[in-house]
Write a protein that binds this ligand. Sequence first.
Ligand SMILES: [Zn+2]
Length: 386
Amino acid sequence: MVFKIDIVEVKEEDTIILAPKSSVFDKIPPKSPAFYNPAAKLNRDVSLRIYSAYARLTCSNITFGDALAGVGARGLRVAKECKGVAQVYLNDLNPKAIELARYAAELNGVSEKCVFTTKDAILFLAEHSQPARRFDILDIDPFGSPTPFLAAALRAVKRGGLISLTATDTAVLCGVYPKVALRRYGGLSIRCEYGNEVGVRLLFGAASKLAMSMDAGIIPVFAQASRHYIRVYFTLEKRASKAEENLTNIGYLNHCIECGYREVGASLLNTCPKCKAKMLNAGPLWIGEINSKSILENAVKLNSDTTSAVGKIVSLALGECGLPPTYYIVDKIADRLDVLTPRTEEVITRLKTMGFRAARTIFNPKGIRTDASKEDVEAAVLGLKK
Ligand SMILES: [Zn+2]
């Protein structure tokens, strides 16, 4: 095969990916002639673990769709590395990207599992909206916000199917542009110490609100946030009862910048009940559970190496199951109380001794998620004062 562009062969775990030379050697991978982001390898590693855990719990002969596949980095890896996946559909409007994906599929020996198309993403999804053609797992990984693709994506998965969405407009979701968040995701974002979790909840909220309008509901599976992207995974339950249940999981996050008090619920709070300062209000957004215990337990079991980056990430998320929204950052509390910052692990131990549940969070290395109140977290920080 002769390509008219300079290409390089990249290895991600067991899979060979063909990418334009510029995407590997330029500081920011260009969209043209075809997009591949080597820095997103860990993001793909994690997604493969989640897909495999889901596949193990559901059925065999899984179909996977990637509506914006680029050079096929995620789709080819799913075809090569995910057990239980029978067919992978890779679509991208850019024929050069799909040409590279098609050739890489041959190099990986997975051509027979792969179907390649160069359609507009919405058209690709619409063509998979008939019941017999719907996907078990669908990935939407665009430049910017995934919301323009959301309605078509919800129609293109089976009952109980898994959808993963990536948003790269993190400044919007994490509170720099709250009004843009309101129009794109249907809720206001806020700038606070757990702004990235607010972003995750806005993305789940947008998916849930659209699903509810179709008499369906979502069940969140897992979420990740980094400086460059927010990524959520959920299954779609096409039942009106699930839609009604989802409605109880839409609400507001009220946060006091002055004293760190936060309150989650169905109503907006204007004034902090602790210090009387003006509260920041995020939402409406998803205020329910964001992790699936059963799928994450499976994701941890799939590989006994819990010290790997992926192992650590899924184990941390599993530890957060059942704990309430928002987390505390030890540095911030110590600053506010004007004491030396204790080790995060020590504060967690102290909270457990006090009878609370407490765990690290995947959203911040210095964050603690706990069912303790703000005052109890402060007591735990003060208790460690030297
Ligand atoms: Zn306050």
